[in-house]
Design a protein around this ligand. Structure first.
Ligand code: SAM
Ligand code: SF4
Length: 344
């Protein structure tokens, strides 16, 4: 099968042909899970207990992550996002940000976090080269926060969001998974946050992962319905988003400083402009959000693979990246995917 080569602007460090999949999509964005562990247990993401964690020795070191990103950058990778699990529980994450920021070709480093530890780490992360952040927040009510995240912490998350704005991270996006009967009565309250502050509130359709299949069937709200309901509190105009790599569609109230968005992995064509691949905490390159399209990078890395070897493995991954995920409402996805990133 021949690889389609895409004419990307700019010269690549090491001048290798840029990564592109069989569907002519340039792959420029890597989401890196730095841990599978988390300090919350959101009902739609992880079971309360009993998850088999990845053994510590199998988790990639920062140096190993950097070697993979260097190889990617030599083949057109431009943008990385640190995620998890909860990335801020990985010790000294700022050191990784600093190392990634020093890689030639990488010009965008972002973070997805639940925000609990953000206030205390944001200054160091910013100084290390972090530019923007997505904070997950599904409710503005403390009691409900405990029900959804199965741990307390709303105050700390709100402090984290304020601290991120104060530290100059931009844009600051909030990711809110919408669940019928659980938080869908807060759509208007979330949308209102965008009127006076430069905040981008992104409503995400509930995805079926792991054990939440029944919940997803009962509580899923489509992005069309979400928009319709937000429109009951104010007229929305389609707008350009604040940049980034996501599949979100943005809308704003007249005169608002921020915007709302919907991310529709199930109901709309989420996959069409896919430019991303994922790296699991234990070094598997995942070519799609769902399905078993993956390549082990850790074994060759630890066996002494060169940057060129890793770049070739990334290139090989392009051959198995599917055109789209084939997930449908009410269908189960593999449990492993509970740790995949959805919201961006
Ligand atoms: N712990 C970090 C956080 O919560 O932002 C990063 C990892 S978390 C897996 C990344 C994103 O995936 C979050 O915005 C979370 O809400 C979203 N997510 C997790 N499970 C989901 C599901 N079943 N459906 C929709 N979004 C989900
Ligand atoms: Fe943890 Fe993020 Fe999953 Fe919530 S969504 S359990 S914060 S990894």
């Amino acid at each position: 099968m021949a690889l389609a080569l895409i004419d990307l602007t700019g010269e690549l460090p090491g001048s290798m042909a840029p990564l592109a999949d069989q569907f002519n999509r340039p792959i420029t964005y890597l989401r890196i899970s730095v841990t599978d562990r988390c300090n919350l247990r959101c009902v739609y993401c992880m079971p309360e207990q009993g998850l088999p964690w990845i053994p510590k020795g199998a988790i990639l070191s920062f140096e190993e992550v950097v070697r993979i990103v260097e190889a990617g950058a030599s083949a057109g990778l431009r943008s990385v996002r640190l995620t998890g699990g909860e990335p801020l529980i990985r010790r000294d994450l700022a050191a990784l940000v600093r190392m990634l920021a020093a890689i030639e070709g990488i010009d965008d480093i972002s973070l997805s976090t639940n925000g609990l530890l953000l206030a205390e780490q944001v200054a160091e992360l910013r100084a290390a080269g972090l530019r923007r952040v997505n904070v997950s927040l599904d409710t503005l009510r403390p009691d409900r926060f405990v029900e959804i995240a199965r741990r307390p912490g709303l105050e700390r998350v709100l402090e984290g969001i304020d601290a991120a704005i104060a530290a100059g991270l931009s844009p600051v996006k909030l990711n809110c998974v919408v669940m019928r009967g659980r938080n869908d009565d807060e759509l208007g309250d979330f949308a209102a946050l965008t009127r006076d502050r430069e905040l981008y509130v992104r409503f995400i359709e509930l995805m079926p992962v792991g054990e939440n299949l029944g919940m997803q069937r009962d509580e899923y709200v489509s992005s069309d319905e979400i928009l319709e309901r937000v429109r009951t509190v104010g007229e929305l105009e389609p707008v350009f988003g604040p940049g980034g790599n996501g599949p979100a569609r943005y809308f704003a109230f007249a005169g608002a400083r921020g915007a709302v968005a919907v991310i529709s992995p199930l109901s709309h064509d989420y996959c069409e402009r896919c430019n991303r691949v994922r790296l699991s905490a234990d070094g598997r390159l995942r070519l799609c959000l769902f399905g078993d399209y993956e390549i082990d990078l850790r074994t060759p890395l630890r066996a002494g693979a060169t940057r060129h070897d890793i770049a070739e493995l990334l290139r090989g991954g392009m051959l198995i990246k599917p055109e789209r995920h084939h997930l449908r409402l009410g269908e189960a996805a593999s449990r492993m995917r509970a740790f995949s990133e959805i919201g961006g």
